[in-house]
Design a protein. Structure first.
Lengths: 370, 305
C-alpha cells in the first residue's frame, strides 16, 4: 500500500464543475478547512464575541487531542491522564507570566519553557513506568492525573488553590506595533486569539504529518503493531515509547499554555481532571485512532456538542416554552450524559475504527472479515 | 497522636478497606475473565444505592423497629444484589458481547459510555444534588471502654463483607462453575474446546461481580450516609486502584488491595490531612507498580508473542 486511491485520481486535472469541486475538497480538506476558518472571522461578526472564544477553545482542544493521539493512536499506549499535562502547561505558563511571580517573561519565551518542561515531566513519569503492561500503564497515567489535580488544588501558596492563577497577560503585552499595544489588541478582540490558536493548530497538524512519515513516526506504529517484531528489527521499544510519551506531553503542554493565555487565568484545578482526560480520549477514539482529520472531527463533535449545541438546544426549548415546569427530563442538558454515552457505545459497536479512520488501522480491524 | 488514635484509624481503615475490596472484586473478576476494565462498575453501584434509597423510603425502614430494620437491611442487600447483578449481565449481553473480538480499546470506550448512561439514569432517579441516606443503625459503641469506637455500622460492614468474600473464594475454588471460570480466564479458546460454555461463564461472572457491587451499594449507603449520582466515579476509581494494586484478575489480590487502600486512606486522612488523601493513594500506587509491575499478588505474565 504505497499510494492511496485518492492520490491516484488527480482530482482537479480533468474534472470540472461540481464534481471537480467535491473531488478537490475531498483531496485537500485541510487547505479548504483552513481557508474557511481563516476567512470566517471576517465574515461572521459573532466570532468577534463569545463564539470566537468558544471556537478558540475548540482549536486548543484539537491540539491537546492531537498530542494524545501520538500516544494512543500511533504508539498504542492508553493514556488516561492527558489533562494533567494540559494543566501543567497552563500553570507553568501562568507562573512564568503572572504579576504575582517575579519572572514575567514574554508569551513566546514562557511557551517554549513550559513545553520543554512538560516534555521533561512526561519523560520523568514515563521512564520508570513504561515497562508496565498496557492496563497498568493506563492506571499509572490515571493516578498521575489525580496526583497533579490534588497537588494543584492544595498547594495554595504556589498555584492559588481553587481560584487558580490570574491574570495571565495576553501575548505581546507591552509590545507596540505601529503605535498599537499588541497585548491590548489581544485583550479587546477575541479574534486575535482565534488566529493565534488556529495558527498553532495548523502548525501542530503539519508537524504531526511530517512526524507520521518520519523514521520516528514509523517506529511508533511498528511498536504498536508488534513490539517484539519491532525490537527484532532493531527498534528500541523503550526509547520509542518514551519519545511518544514526551511528544504527547509537550503538545499537551502547548495546548495548556494557549488555554491559560486565552482565558487569562488557569481556571480552577478541576478544569484538568479525569473527566477532561476521558473526554479527549473519547474524542480521539471516536474520530479514529491515529488519524489527524478524525481526531479533529472527534473534538469538534464532542466539544461542540457540550459548549455549543447543548446550550443552544436548551435556550431553544426555553423559547418554545415546551418545559414550563423546568423539569430536567425535558431539558436538553439533562440528557447530555446519556446522549454522550450512547454515542460512544454505538460508534464502538458499529464503527470501532472511528468516524474517519486512518487507513492502516481500518485495514487492520477488518482483516478477519476480508 | 497516641497509640489509641492510631488503632482507631486502623479500625476505620479496616471497615473502609473491606468496602473498597467488595467493589474491587467486581472489577477484578470481570478483568480476569475478559480483560475489560469495566469503567461502568462504580456507576452500577451508584444505581444500586439509588434503588436502596428508594426501597428504604418505600418500606418505611427509617421508623421501623430493630428486628424489622435488620430484616429490611437483609432484604435490601438481596434486592440490590439481584438488581445490580442482572443489570450487569444485561449490559454485557447488549454492549460488550458483540465486541468480544474487537480491539481492546473498543469495549473500554463502550464501558465509559455505559458509565455516562448510568450516571444520567441516576441523575433522573435521585436528582442532581447529594441525598442523605437515613441512619438505620444505632450508633452505640460495641467495644468496652471510652477509647475505641466500633459501632453497629462498622460491624455490619464486616458481617456482610467477610462471608461474601469467603463464599466467593469457595465458589471459585471448589464448584464446577468456579473451575470453569478459572479455565476461561486462563484461555477461553481451550476452555471452549473442552466443553465449557464460555458465554454462560462470562454471564455468571458479570452477575456475581454485579451482585457483590449491589451488596456494596447498600452498605455504602448505610455506612457513608450520603449518596449522589456522581459517587460512582470516585468510588470506582479507588476500587479499581485497589484491584490493580493487588494484581488485577486475582481475587485475594483485590481483597488485599482494598485493605491497603482503606488503611492508606484513613491513616493519611488522620496524619497528613484529608485533602491530600487522593494524591497519597495514587502516589503509593505508582511507586508499588514501578517496583512490582504485576501488583502485590498478581501473576507475573509475559507479554504475549
Amino acid at each position: 500500500m504505497t499510494s492511496t486511491p485518492t492520490n491516484q485520481q488527480q482530482p482537479n486535472a480533468g474534472a470540472t464543475g461540481w464534481a471537480g469541486i467535491r473531488a478537490f475538497v475531498r483531496e485537500r480538506w485541510d487547505l479548504v478547512t483552513l481557508v474557511v476558518l481563516a476567512v470566517a472571522p471576517l465574515v461572521v461578526p459573532a466570532l468577534g464575541g463569545a463564539l470566537g472564544g468558544q471556537v478558540t477553545t475548540l482549536f486548543i482542544y484539537c491540539i491537546l487531542a492531537l498530542g494524545l493521539n501520538v500516544m494512543v493512536g500511533y504508539t498504542g499506549l492508553v493514556h488516561l491522564g492527558i489533562a494533567s499535562f494540559f494543566g501543567i502547561g497552563a500553570y507553568l505558563m501562568a507562573i512564568l507570566t503572572v504579576p504575582m511571580y517575579p519572572f514575567q517573561i514574554g508569551f513566546l519565551a514562557a511557551t517554549i519553557v513550559s513545553v520543554l518542561a512538560t516534555a521533561g515531566i512526561g519523560l520523568a513519569l514515563g521512564a520508570p513506568t513504561l515497562r508496565l503492561r498496557g492496563d497498568y500503564l493506563a492506571i499509572v497515567t490515571l493516578g498521575f492525573g489525580e496526583v497533579v489535580k490534588v497537588t494543584l488544588r492544595n498547594l495554595e501558596q504556589i498555584t492559588g488553590g481553587m481560584k487558580g492563577l490570574n491574570p495571565v497577560p495576553p501575548p505581546g503585552a507591552g509590545v507596540k506595533i505601529a503605535g498599537i499595544d499588541l497585548g491590548l489588541a489581544f485583550a479587546i478582540d477575541p479574534r486575535w486569539f482565534y488566529y493565534l490558536s488556529l495558527l498553532a493548530l495548523a502548525g501542530v497538524v503539519v508537524a504531526m504529518r511530517r512526524l507520521e512519515q518520519s523514521r520516528l513516526g514509523r517506529a511508533w506504529v511498528a511498536v504498536r503493531e508488534d513490539e517484539l517484531a519491532a525490537s527484532a528489527m532493531g527498534i528500541s521499544a523503550t526509547r520509542v515509547k518514551l519519545s511518544a510519551f514526551a511528544m504527547s506531553s509537550a503538545v499537551a503542554g502547548l495546548a495548556g499554555c494557549l488555554y491559560a493565555a486565552s482565558l487569562s487565568t488557569t481556571a480552577d484545578p478541576n478544569a484538568y481532571d479525569f473527566n477532561r482526560s476521558i473526554m479527549v480520549l473519547c474524542a480521539v477514539i471516536l474520530g479514529g485512532l491515529g488519524s489527524i482529520p478524525g481526531t479533529i472531527l472527534g473534538v469538534a463533535i464532542l466539544v461542540g456538542f457540550d459548549t455549543v449545541l447543548a446550550p443552544w438546544a436548551d435556550s431553544w426549548i426555553q423559547q418554545m416554552n415546551i418545559n414550563p415546569s423546568g423539569s430536567s427530563l425535558l431539558s436538553f442538558s439533562g440528557w447530555r450524559l446519556a446522549i454522550f454515552g450512547l454515542a460512544l457505545v454505538l460508534v464502538m459497536r458499529y464503527r470501532p475504527e472511528g468516524l474517519v479512520p486512518s487507513r492502516r488501522l481500518a485495514a487492520e480491524l477488518h482483516e478477519d472479515h476480508a | 497522636m497516641s497509640v489509641q488514635f492510631f488503632l482507631q484509624q486502623c479500625l476505620i481503615g479496616l471497615t473502609n478497606g473491606a468496602l473498597v475490596a467488595l467493589v474491587a472484586l467486581g472489577y477484578t473478576m470481570v478483568y480476569g475473565i475478559i480483560g475489560l476494565i469495566n469503567f461502568a462498575h462504580g456507576d452500577l453501584i451508584m444505581l444500586g444505592a439509588c434503588l436502596a434509597l428508594s426501597l428504604v423510603t418505600a418500606l418505611g425502614l427509617a421508623t421501623a423497629g430493630p428486628t424489622a430494620t435488620w430484616l429490611g437491611i437483609a432484604l435490601l442487600i438481596v434486592a440490590c444484589g439481584l438488581f445490580c447483578g442482572t443489570l450487569n449481565v444485561c449490559v454485557d449481553r447488549i454492549v460488550y458481547k458483540p465486541l468480544r473480538n474487537a480491539p481492546k480499546l473498543a469495549p473500554l470506550v463502550s464501558a465509559i459510555g455505559v458509565s455516562f448512561i448510568f450516571m444520567n439514569i441516576g441523575l433522573f432517579w435521585i436528582g442532581p444534588s447529594d441525598r442523605s441516606f437515613p441512619e438505620l443503625l444505632p450508633s452505640t459503641n460495641l467495644l468496652p471502654g471510652e477509647g475505641l469506637q466500633f459501632t453497629w455500622k462498622d460491624l455490619l460492614v464486616l458481617v456482610v463483607v467477610v462471608p461474601l468474600m469467603l463464599g466467593l473464594s469457595l465458589l471459585v475454588k471448589t464448584t464446577r462453575l468456579g473451575r470453569a471460570m478459572r479455565a476461561v480466564s486462563q484461555d477461553p479458546t481451550a476452555a471452549a474446546l473442552v466443553g465449557v460454555d464460555v458465554d454462560r461463564v462470562i454471564a455468571a461472572t458479570f452477575f456475581i461481580g454485579g451482585a457483590l457491587g449491589g451488596a456494596a451499594s447498600v452498605i455504602y449507603g448505610l455506612y457513608i450516609n450520603t449518596i449522589g449520582f456522581q459517587m460512582g466515579f470516585q468510588n470506582g476509581l479507588y476500587a479499581f486502584t485497589a484491584a490493580v494494586l493487588g494484581g488485577i484478575g486475582s481475587i485475594p489480590g483485590a481483597v488485599v488491595g482494598g485493605l491497603v487502600i482503606g488503611f492508606v486512606r484513613s491513616l493519611s486522612s488522620a496524619y497528613v490531612g484529608e485533602r491530600w488523601t487522593g494524591a497519597i493513594v495514587f502516589a503509593i500506587l505508582i511507586v508499588i507498580l514501578v517496583f512490582r509491575p504485576e501488583g502485590l499478588l498478581g501473576r507475573r505474565t509475559k507479554e504475549k508473542v
